[in-house]
Design a binder for this molecule. Structure first.
Ligand code: ACM
Length: 683
């Protein structure tokens, strides 16, 4: 023991020179947990140990952004391995050489070269990229390659050539319905960088709040934000933080609809007489900017000019969605204007509005992006259309010559599974687009709408599901095995938490707060097989109960992650077992253990829940869990023996499952369908 410590000390002093005296065994085999999967990966024999003396250096181009990215990656490598990574040293002696041709675009553009290659041999690693951004992606791959043998950390010998399938890989966050502090935005950007996403679409205004400071129009936030907004300095900080990670920031100022928060402070912009108040409910509302007055465009011109000094991206998002046209229809002056200009209906007037906006954006050096609804005849072709209504509208746009991105199918607030999102492709197989039309589809964006998220639970709504979307947008289309995606997704989720995201830990923290005790394991068993109801169910419940933005999001449903591991894992376990119950002893044992765990601690669980006003509402879930545990044990007993179930047993259990499938406290079971499959197998 003494000798070992002495050797360790010696190796710490002399670095790489003594490594041969302290060689840990590498792992048996490389386990690929890369997310997103690279375009080309060849695994070779051998391993590069990560140990004292490991250091990184550039050998070609170098600038502050690249140095910072390498330093960040090496700090993270230290955190992952416990090995203190050396200062960058002269190129030829470093373990990792980062060879970059040049900085990339001064303002990262849609067609920035993001490719990289990474070659690891037992002697060292070499990362090559055309730009800083490509190098950043390569560093993320390197961090995801690290393997643990139990005796040390290693990089497998690999050769990777990688570049994205789509150029636009975004995440939209709605910071209007609920405000998200800068710290949340920055840790989200860290997560995006880890999975090679490159656009942060920042939804900064909507009916429920105006979230960016304007010095020209201080009443936008002065009256439209409840004091919850980003200062210009903070917004610039976010833009710089994103750029340092290879991420563009596209701000959205939603107009002409979804604009209540504009007109609270500036009622002259509106199409109806004020006064207006910040909207507290969710949905589509009447306030809409007045497109007939020159003063509206003067205001927008000045505002966009100011925003252009904060957001350097080539694109500005003007929203354009869900204008119900009510105020326009009720305003005789606007109706007369429409007749005079031969503008037909809401769409016609909105097209007119967009045509006035376009030269304003151009004057400030910006291109336009907007939601589906902006695609009206006469819209210039260099506008990007963000399709939230379906692939068909995206394809229609592409046929007509518009570039577009897909968000339909990537709505994180819908509470769908990672698998559901993963199966959505911006260019689905069998689409009938020509190569030129297909090239107009730039990619996609996950959308985190803000009705039911706050700073505490937003990580669990975004992650890890967004990593599956990131893979869909980066990796070759042939990377589509759902089981393998989930295997890697749970590993990626752990890596994301190490960056400071809270999507796993938030559930137990919230359960502790709800129960008022740290002894929550009986609750955790239940929470593990629950998930929130879908968006539609929650939305109609919220409407019936008059839910507002002012109400806290601190109920059981808010603590539960969408698509927890139990859903896919239990489904897979049950379907494997049911293929041949007599010949699946491992699955049988695993299911038995799960069913027993559901039946354990029932009195404690019920006591905890009945003593907490906000958990008591979900009490029926506790007895349903126990019933399902007992049902599972019984069903397997019947399946594995010749004893038939008593008459009426099956009907009775299916009735219990019908009940369990009804929403309770806005929650649903992740395991109800596989339990139904099990019961249905019983003769
Ligand atoms: C949208 O979901 N209204 C873009």
């Amino acid at each position: 023991m003494k000798k070992l410590i002495a050797m360790m000390t010696l190796s710490m002093v002399t670095g790489a020179l003594t490594t041969s005296t302290f060689a840990a065994q590498p792992p048996q085999a490389f386990v690929n947990t890369l997310m997103p999967q690279p375009a080309h990966l060849t695994v070779r024999p051998g391993w590069l140990p990560i140990r004292q003396g490991f250091a990184a250096a550039t050998d070609k181009f170098q600038d502050r952004r690249l140095d910072d990215a390498i330093m960040r990656a090496m700090r993270q490598l230290t955190q992952q391995t416990g090995v203190v990574i050396g200062e960058a040293m002269a190129g030829s002696r470093a373990t990792l050489i980062v060879s970059v041709d040049g900085p990339g675009e001064a303002v990262q553009g849609v067609h920035e070269n993001e490719s990289y290659s990474l070659d690891v041999t037992p002697q060292g690693a070499r990362l090559h990229a055309a730009t800083d951004v490509g190098a950043m992606h390569g560093l993320q791959t390197l961090l995801q390659l690290v393997q643990n043998s139990g005796r040390g950390y290693f990089l497998p010998a690999v050769s990777i050539q990688d570049s994205p399938r789509f150029a636009w890989r975004g995440l939209m966050i709605d910071c209007s319905r609920h405000f998200e502090p800068v710290s949340v935005i920055e840790r989200t950007l860290d997560g995006m960088a880890a999975v090679k996403m490159n656009v942060f679409h920042w939804h900064l205004s909507d009916d429920q709040g105006f979230r960016i400071q304007s010095k020209a129009f201080p009443l936008l936030t002065g009256k439209g934000s409840d004091g919850l907004y980003y200062t210009q300095e903070q917004a610039r900080e976010v833009v710089a933080y994103a750029r340092a990670r290879g991420i563009r920031v596209v701000p959205e100022f939603d107009m002409p609809g979804h604009s209540t928060s504009w007109v609270v402070g500036y009622p002259d912009l509106a199409s109806a007489p004020g006064p207006f108040a910040i909207q507290r409910h969710f949905g589509v509302f009447d306030p809409v900017l007045d497109p007939t007055r020159p003063s509206t465009y003067q205001f927008i011109d000045q505002f966009i000019g100011e925003m252009a000094t904060i957001f350097p991206d080539a694109y500005m998002h003007i929203g354009g969605d869900e204008n119900n046209g009510v105020e326009w229809a009720h305003n005789p002056r606007i109706q007369a204007f429409m007749r005079a200009h031969d503008l037909k209906g809401t769409a016609g007037l909105q097209a007119y509005f967009n045509q006035q906006l376009l030269p304003i954006l151009q004057k400030h050096g910006r291109k336009m992006i907007g939601w589906d609804e902006i695609m009206t005849p006469g819209l210039p072709k260099d506008v990007v259309v963000q399709s939230w209504r379906g692939f068909d509208s995206l394809a229609t746009g592409a046929r007509e010559g518009y570039t577009g991105i897909l968000s339909a199918g990537y709505y994180l607030d819908h509470m769908n599974s990672a698998a559901d999102h993963y199966r959505v492709d911006p260019l689905p197989p069998g689409n009938n687009l020509t190569p030129a039309q297909a090239a107009r589809i730039l990619g996609g964006e996950a959308c985190m709408w803000g009705e039911y998220v706050d700073a505490r639970n937003i990580d669990s709504r975004i992650w890890p599901r967004t990593a599956a979307i990131a893979e869909r947008l980066w990796s070759p289309q042939s990377v589509n095995n759902v089981d393998d995606m989930y295997r890697r997704l749970w590993v990626e989720s752990l890596r994301l938490e190490a960056l400071g995201l809270t999507q796993i830990s938030q559930e137990s923290a919230s359960l502790r707060a709800l129960a008022g005790t740290a002894r929550i394991s009986p609750l955790q068993t239940l929470a593990a097989v629950l998930q929130p109801v879908n968006f539609g169910t929650r939305g109609s419940w919220s409407d019936r109960h008059g839910v507002t933005t002012l109400m806290p999001l601190d109920n059981l449903v808010d603590a539960l992650p969408p698509d927890p591991p139990s859903r896919h894992d239990f489904d897979e376990l049950m379907s494997t077992y049911l293929q041949n119950p007599d010949a699946r002893p491992e699955q049988q044992a695993a299911l038995t253990a799960i069913f027993r765990s559901w039946m354990e601690d029932q009195p404690e669980r019920e006591l905890l829940m009945s003593e907490s006003p906000r958990l008591a509402e979900a009490l029926p879930r506790a007895s349903q869990l126990t019933e399902m545990g007992a049902m599972g044990i019984e069903a397997m007993g019947y399946l594995m023996s010749d004893v038939p179930a008593p008459a009426g047993w099956k009907a009775e259990k299916l009735k219990v499952l019908d009940e369990a499938e009804q929403p309770v406290a806005l929650t649903r079971f992740t395991v109800a369908q596989p339990m139904r499959d099990l019961v249905n197998e019983v003769k």
